[in-house]
Design a protein around this ligand. Sequence first.
Ligand SMILES: Nc1ncnc2c1ncn2[C@@H]1O[C@H](COP(=O)(O)OP(=O)(O)OP(=O)(O)O)[C@@H](O)[C@H]1O
Ligand SMILES: [Mg+2]
Length: 195
Amino acid sequence: MSPAVTVRGLVKRFDTGRAETVEAVRGIDLDVSAGEVFGFLGPNGAGKSTTINMLCTLTAPTAGAAKVAGYDVQAERDDVRRNIGLVFQETTLDGYLSAEQNLRFHAELYGVPRATLSDRLRQVLEMVGLWERRKSKVTTFSGGMKRRLEIARGLLHSPRVLFLDSRPSASIHRPAARSGATSASCGAPMTSRSS
Ligand SMILES: Nc1ncnc2c1ncn2[C@@H]1O[C@H](COP(=O)(O)OP(=O)(O)OP(=O)(O)O)[C@@H](O)[C@H]1O
Ligand SMILES: [Mg+2]
């Protein structure tokens, strides 16, 4: 099985347009094996989100190379996207839809087969302890419940690599954190942790 993530000399510079360049990521190397849970720590502004954005093909590296699930983040972007799940730092749920509707919308976008969708929905919602609340609108959820729903959504299409650009300790408390729902039991090799 190919490694979950391989990064070599990854650099990202932002041209801020005022003859000023921000070097957000200054040449990093890392290897994450399949099945490994990898925590990526650093202070605010250290470049964690920028790194995740490059690995998820949302922004192009300035230099260096990276492979995710065996695919090159620049040359094989569609393959990378098909094989990853991503939980953004800021919530991206639709508050006016129910938990289940948010997940069904995501399943549609990712082409989750209809035949397996019901079972999979139940599996991920039970895993994060939200099965009983599946019909509730997301606006009625607490911060931690929204976070857990986003993790369920990130796992819905059974990605090979899950990226969590989040503070795992923020919002998520027992019993969800204790159940291992954020990573280990889901086969999620990589997490990013804000300070
Ligand atoms: N689109 C952008 N244009 C210009 N500068 C940017 C852009 N995105 C990020 N940066 C800069 O890159 C640096 C790293 O930002 P990044 O968001 O990756 O940090 P982070 O480690 O995720 O921080 P936090 O813990 O606060 O989430 C910061 O100096 C930030 O201002
Ligand atoms: Mg960040």
